[in-house]
Design a protein around this ligand. Sequence first.
Ligand code: ZN
Length: 264
Amino acid sequence: MSRLGIIDTHAHLDDNRFDSDRADVMARLANDMEAVITQGTTYESSVASVKTAEQYDFVYAAVGWHPEDLAGIKDESYIAGLEQLAREHAKVVAIGEIGLDYYWKENEPKEVQLLRLKQQCDLAYQLDLPVVIHNREAHGDCLNFFQNEVPKELKVVFHCYSGSLEMAKELWKRGYYLGFGGTSTYKNNKKVREVLAACPEELFVLETDCPYLAPEPFRGRRNDPSLTEYVGKNAALVRGTSFEHIAEQTTKNARTLFNKMFRA
Ligand SMILES: [Zn+2]
């Protein structure tokens, strides 16, 4: 077993903030982590995720187009590009990071975001892969979409969950997972901790979203997957249990959700 015995289900290892010392970081993580799932945000970044997964045993990849990057899609063949990556590479375990982002005004219009989300969810369903969902300031549309536009068997994780407890309850009813990261450790973020405290044991996973959103006491610094430890320690505190229990449970959950990790 790895030193920490945990899985970071959401990282961006291709980010240029790792360019200067990526080899050192990866060597350290190989010892620390059970697994890291690195996300795609464009085709290029999805290819980079796949390459990293092929280079390092403990790394798995998600491929997808992030809602902030949809303007980069040139034509409808983009979906075939993702499909090929997912079919040809055994370590692609999810379609992500995809979703809705209504925060940035320069993002594509809502209709385009919803269409791209639908197409990528359909692909995931066809390939029997889970989807990794980014939802920023789009709670209503996001919930409505998942309640009405996808097969109920689609496996879903809402990464870096930021919605209400009421919305979380609707997601749990559907068997969806929630990802908790650095934001669940921030002092002013009582709402997320309320959801974390109430989350069914079998439906939550840990993540960093590195290099962004470093957990306390590292807030503001570059985040990396080993800091999942601090997210896990905070979760143990919030849920009144031990770090070891959180590590064991969330690792089991991540392996159930991203079950292609077994198939790889
Ligand atoms: Zn992300």
